[in-house]
Design a binder for this molecule. Structure first.
Ligand SMILES: [Zn+2]
Length: 163
């Protein structure tokens, strides 16, 4: 057999193998970069009204309004940690209030109403509420006014218990 032909055949085979490998790699990459939304919790209509449609729960009704247990408040939709009980305070405004957020967890954007500043989960964009400054409630002079329904709460005790 002609040596050139053998080399050509080998080369063609290896090229095919190579291109197959490439397409496999591409599929793997696609799987790895599956959108985060695949991991989001399914929302009830009440949750979606606030989290997706940027609604507001009725003042004084939220389940975390008077929660003073130590722990972490997470995004109801994607589970990202948002606030800690350390920064929670009673503003008597009708919604859970925090004077600080976990670094980088909350995105601030101008509200379409042209006056307020909306806050969203930085990871999934869930609507959380609004942030206000200059009210002098605390030394940080900031009030993150957050809908209870946009959050979950993880008590510090339960975290210890898992160790
Ligand atoms: Zn989120």
């Amino acid at each position: 057999m002609n040596g050139k032909l053998i080399i050509l055949t080998l080369l063609t085979c290896s090229l095919q193998a190579c291109s197959q490998q490439n397409s496999n790699t591409m599929n793997d990459t696609q799987n790895q970069t599956m959108p985060d939304s695949a991991h989001w919790r399914k929302l009830t209509p009440e949750e979606a009204y606030v989290i997706v449609n940027k609604g507001t729960e009725r003042p004084g009704t939220g389940k975390y309004l008077y929660n003073d247990v130590k722990g972490i408040y997470t995004c109801r939709r994607c589970g990202a940690p948002l606030f800690t009980s350390h920064d929670k305070f009673q503003s008597e405004c009708g919604w859970p209030s925090f004077d600080d957020a976990i670094d980088g967890a909350v995105k601030k954007i101008p509200d379409p109403d042209g006056e307020r500043t909306e806050i969203e989960c930085a990871r999934c964009g869930a609507h959380l509420g609004h942030v206000f400054t200059g009210e002098h409630f605390t030394n940080k002079n900031t009030r993150y006014c957050v809908n209870s329904i946009s959050m979950d709460f993880i008590p510090a005790d339960s975290v210890k218990g898992n160790k």
